[in-house]
Design a protein around this ligand. Structure first.
Ligand code: GSH
Length: 198
């Protein structure tokens, strides 16, 4: 049994989208989270150690951190195009990009958004290198790993759907976001982002 612990309009949306891509049988546990505007609050029904989302429960076992949840889920559905199972020639690329998202892309985007790159040449260099790498990758191929989509595309594209300014202007990035936005699983996930009737 899979349960996604989810809050509307949050990072857990990308795992909702992934679960739809996997055509998984799952439940959603809607929870409240602390919001930047001061609203919301930690939900006692959320098993995440920091009261954050996403959290995934698999037969009662807890998985947290978006890229760990993505890897866990795609390993659970090895025939899905969304992952690269053990033995796939792109397994290394897949794990590298998931870790690169969590360890470099998102922290650099946050550093840039909060102005930390402005007065710090090291951070500014790392941010510029990250932007260049993502852009040149998507200029060369339709998806982050090449010709085939993966959960990395969901994670990268959904952050840009939320805020396009996270990466510099680029036709290749816009085309990638548009390609991902056209996926039927995204529309299905959007219909489930909020509890029914809300
Ligand atoms: N590194 C975590 C970040 C999770 C995270 O920050 N989630 C936000 C939602 S977008 C949250 O739950 N915020 C509420 C809080 O920090 O209390 C992941 O990627 O899973």
């Amino acid at each position: 049994m899979l349960t996604l612990v989810h809050a509307p309009l949050s990072r857990s949306f990308r795992m909702l989208w992934l679960l739809e891509e996997l055509v998984a049988d799952y439940d959603i546990r809607y929870v409240t989270i602390r919001r930047r505007d001061g609203s919301g609050g930690v939900d006692p029904d959320n098993p995440h150690p920091h009261g954050q989302v996403p959290a995934l429960l698999h037969d009662g076992r807890l998985v947290t951190e978006s890229v760990a949840v993505a890897q866990y889920l795609t390993d659970l559905f090895p025939r899905s195009e969304m992952g690269r199972p053990m033995g796939d020639p792109q397994r290394g690329d897949y794990l590298s990009w998931l870790a690169y998202y969590a360890g470099v892309i998102e922290p650099m985007q946050i550093a840039h958004m909060t102005g930390s790159t402005a007065g710090n040449p090291d951070l500014a260099r790392l941010h510029a290198a990250m932007c260049e790498r993502v852009i040149t990758t998507l200029e060369a191929q339709p998806y982050v790993l090449g010709d085939r989509v993966s959960s990395v595309d969901i994670i990268v594209a959904s952050s840009l759907m939320w805020m396009r300014d996270l990466l510099p202007p680029s036709a290749a990035i816009d085309a990638h976001v548009a390609r991902m936005a056209a996926r039927p699983a995204l529309q299905r996930a959007q219909a489930k982002d909020r509890p029914e009737g809300q």
